[in-house]
Design a protein around this ligand. Structure first.
Ligand code: 0A1
Ligand code: ZN
Length: 849
């Protein structure tokens, strides 16, 4: 057991493991309370290692027996697990341990969910199953025997024998322990098949609990689409005869890429039109793709150590976003990703939790499955691709697969394939992996007789993680739009490497408007010296869909901030500019729906804080409400047509075309509700035959205070569907008036179905509460107290989910002294809990600063 709860682990201290594993045989005798795990592991010394200590990690294990080469041994227990004297040459370690899957509420290692056994081993969960070198650079071939009275007994790889109550599995591909998986239970399979481009027939199964069979078809199709896409775009074929996915109700994250046996949070795989929204469908498609793509970027080539997490995660997020762009609309996906990056990664990068994409140290690795590692990690790959170009990117990635297949790698290995294929020196680019903080980029212009000079300056605010940031390599995509709205310079990627740098565009007739950072070509905060009229011009004419949207967004933000700080009315030019776009029938409805979105309240709080103001959550809330009312009024003659025209009447399909229309119709409905008091929403609710329509209608009814009957009807209809009930819980919190949000939360947590030990249910209420900006930041401090109470309650049961939710407090220094004091009190109260988990302690200590 790790007794030293605060040991910091450093990237710089990496040393290879002292032994190589030739084979692993495991036998599980399943029992809900006393599961026996027998292991037989063949080791030989690693000639490349300098430290010959034989250390096996172990946590919460009861050792029954241990043998080396058949002779009983008495190991020494350490903070990490155990050590033992071993022979100089090859030897066989055999052990038997006892574990308690039912008592494992942390959902790491082997645990139970609704009567089924399942495992979660990333990052360090395997050590809760048996004694083992639980580190990603130790890769081995596993053979697994499972004994238990369950119809379905699954592990990684291919089945080699299956009897009633016993199954044997063999995974021919060497893998680190974090990719191990076992599932056992009374499950039903939704089968499918795929033939790879070289003709290998792969059996596919989606295993679910009885009753969920009707929610499998979409996930299965998404899996087939992903397999095909990875062959076509990356040339990567699947490498086993079988690919299994299992849906589990109790899961800390979205899903897990275990070799040949992906385990999914049921919310990330089960879908049907009646129970899932369009957004659910899109998310499920993306997560299935993500986990499948890990088979090459993560499993065949894995990470040397956990500091390299972004090697697999950044690249795999980048790949899944390419997939979604190809399956759906690329501009809509890009805008969604940027909204998400700004909402989740920017606050992390600009606050006390800031860390580089490749952190240099950690206490609890589970705390580093962050938006920085994942989403900024993906942005870094995108920048690399735009710097080297599409062909060179593809050549470099091919070389990566050729050179490193079967290895546990580092970011250095990844960058080297780019250096070798392009002859570029990526030393400076590597700062993206080692520096925390969001760079601030500013641009000014000089115009001189047909010559436009763009003068850029970059500066990254220092942080505890990076006290002295150096200039980054910034790919800045720029195009020029003239006064007639024509593009006079198509997109070029400027490569900025210095703190200050100018770029010249020559031979221009009249002075154009610069469309800068097209496609959000680098994850920075851009300040551009553009008049509102120029922004409105780009909103109307920019050929880059991202920047067109971005100009509308900036104008909206400026309008809102002027209202918040100076009590101004909504900016008429912005309202008019947006009207032209949303009324343009040539544009994709999904894109027009995005144009109707406003910056979130927390984004406004961040923008205010960036400009040196103290955000007042109540004033921000009021400004967003007033602006939405103004939009409803200003577009009143357009909204009913928009709504009617885009209400889909054909049979529901979760595809991009239909979901885009529904997104626009629902954006229109939320404006319409502001003028008709909920009549159209009630009609939509009553007529809805799919969850997108039903849930949106319900949200609008709650917003105008007419939701109570519909909420009761909804509950009666969906009482037995846990995923839909998560929505029912969540929506009431999201849509709650900030004044009563904490009371709504208190009432919901007393509901008989509020099973707080289930991470999805906990997040549906407390996670949604943290996202209700003005409700959570209520001036009384009731919101802070309430969340802290629940974090204190959850921590002993599930440290990982508790620690992740602590990030609700990460922006505390933005707010006024009163709120800061109240938050500090709550942080200290949680920190003072005896036996606080390492996860939560590390998070709160960093947040507290
Ligand atoms: N590797 C998975 C995410 C994941 C990470 C940790 C987990 O438990 C601590 C579970 C899943 C992915 O990227 O999808
Ligand atoms: Zn991943």
């Amino acid at each position: 057991m790790r007794e030293d709860a605060h040991q910091t682990i450093y990237l710089a201290d990496y040393t290879p493991y002292g032994f190589i594993i030739d084979s692993v045989a495991l036998q599980f005798d399943l029992d809900p309370h006393i599961t026996r795990v027998k292991s037989a592991i063949a080791f030989h010394p690693n000639p490349e290692a300098t430290d010959p200590t034989f250390l096996l990690n172990g946590e919460n294990l009861k050792l029954i027996s241990a043998k080396i080469d058949g002779k009983p041994v008495t190991p020494k227990f350490t903070a990490e697990g155990l050590t033992c004297d071993v022979p100089d040459g090859p030897f066989l370690w055999e052990a038997e341990v006892e574990i308690d899957p039912t008592g494992n509420t942390a959902l790491e290692g082997l645990y139970m969910s609704n009567g089924m056994y399942c495992t979660q081993c990333e990052a360090e969960g395997f050590r809760k199953i048996t004694y083992y070198p639980d580190r990603p650079d130790v890769m081995a071939v596993f053979t697994v025997t499972i004994n238990g009275p369950h119809p379905v007994l699954l592990s990684n790889g291919n089945p080699i024998s299956t009897d009633t109550h016993s199954a044997q599995w063999h995974d021919p591909w060497p893998k680190p322990a974090y990719l191990f998986a076992l599932v056992a239970g009374d499950l039903v399979a939704h089968p499918g098949s795929f033939t790879t481009k070289s003709g290998r027939d792969v059996a596919l199964n989606l295993y679910v609990r009885p009753g969920d069979e009707g929610k499998c078809a979409f996930g299965m199709q998404a899996l087939k689409d992903s397999m095909k896409w990875d062959e076509e775009v990356y040339g990567r074929e699947y490498d086993l005869d079988l690919f299994n996915i299992v849906a589990v109700d109790d899961f800390n994250m979205g899903a897990m890429e275990n070799k040949g046996l992906n385990v999914f949070n049921s919310s990330a795989v089960l879908a049907s039109p009646a129970t899932s929204t369009d957004m659910n469908f899109e998310r499920i498609e993306a997560i299935i793709a993500h986990e499948y793509f890990h088979n090459w970027t993560g499993n065949r080539i894995t990470c040397r150590d956990w500091f390299q997490l972004c090697l697999k995660e950044g690249l795999t997020v980048f790949r899944d976003s390419q997939f979604t762009s190809d399956m759906r609309s690329a501009p809509v996906k890009r805008i969604g990703d940027v909204i998400d990056l700004r909402a989740r990664q920017f606050p992390e990068d600009q606050g006390p939790l800031a860390h580089p994409v490749r952190p240099a140290s950690f206490q609890e690795i589970n705390n580093f499955y962050t938006a920085t590692v994942y989403e900024k990690g993906a942005e870094v790959i995108g920048m690399l691709k735009s710097l080297v170009g599409d062909q060179a990117y593809s050549d470099a990635v091919d070389l990566y697969f050729d050179r490193h297949d079967g290895q546990a790698c580092t970011i250095e290995d990844w960058l080297k394939v780019f250096e070798d294929t392009t002859s570029r020196d990526l030393t400076q680019f590597k700062r993206w992996y080692s520096q925390a903080g969001t760079p601030c980029l500013s641009v000014t212009e000089d115009w001189d007789h047909g010559k436009l000079t763009l003068n850029f300056k970059q500066h990254t605010p220092p942080s505890a993680a990076t006290p002295d940031p150096q200039p980054q390599v910034l790919p800045i995509a720029v195009g020029l739009i003239d006064q007639d709205g024509d593009e006079v310079e198509p997109t070029v990627v400027l490569e900025m490497t210095q703190a200050e740098q100018s770029f010249v565009f020559d031979n221009l007739g009249t002075r154009p408007i610069a469309s800068v950072l097209r496609g959000f070509s680098a994850p920075v905060v851009l300040t551009q010296d553009l008049s509102d009229a120029d922004r409105a011009h780009l909103l109307a004419h920019d050929t880059d869909p991202f920047n067109r949207w971005e100009q509308g967004r900036i104008l909206a933000r400026k309008s809102l901030i002027a209202m918040i700080l100076e009590g101004k009315n909504p900016n008429k030019d912005w309202l008019q500019g947006i009207r032209a776009v949303i009324g343009d029938e040539h544009l994709d409805p999904a894109y027009r729906a995005l144009m109707l979105g406003l910056p979130s309240q927390s984004e406004l709080a961040r923008a205010l804080a960036e400009d040196g103001h103290t955000p007042d959550p109540d004033i921000i809330y009021a400004a967003v409400e007033t602006t939405s009312d103004a939009m409803a009024k200003s577009y009143a003659n357009l909204v009913p047509t928009l709504y009617m025209r885009h209400t889909v009447t054909e049979a529901y399909q979760p595809n991009a075309a239909q979901s885009g229309k529904r997104a626009l119709a629902n954006a229109a409905l939320s404006l319409l509700t502001r003028t008709d008091g909920g009549t159209a929403a009630q009609k939509q609710y009553d007529a809805a035959d799919n969850m997108t329509q039903q849930l949106n209608a319900l949200a609008n009814l709650i917003r105008v205070g007419k939701g109570s009957t519909a909420l009761q009807v909804f509950e009666a209809q969906w009482r037995n569907d846990r995923l839909v009930m998560d929505k029912w819980f969540g929506l009431q919190v999201t849509e709650a008036d900030p004044e009563d949000a904490h009371e709504v939360v208190e009432t919901l947590t007393k509901h008989a179905d509020f099973n707080w030990k289930n991470p999805n249910r906990f997040r549906s209420v407390l996670g949604a509460f943290a996202a209700n900006h003005a409700g959570f930041h209520h001036a009384s401090g009731a919101g802070y107290r309430l969340l802290a109470d629940w974090l204190i309650k959850l921590d002993p049961v599930n440290p990982q989910t508790t620690a992740r939710m602590c990030s609700a407090f990460q922006t505390w220094k933005r707010y006024d002294a009163n709120r800061q004091d109240m938050i500090k009190t709550e942080l200290d109260r949680i920190l003072a809990q005896p036996k606080l988990s390492r996860d939560t302690k590390e998070m709160l200590t960093r947040i507290r600063g």
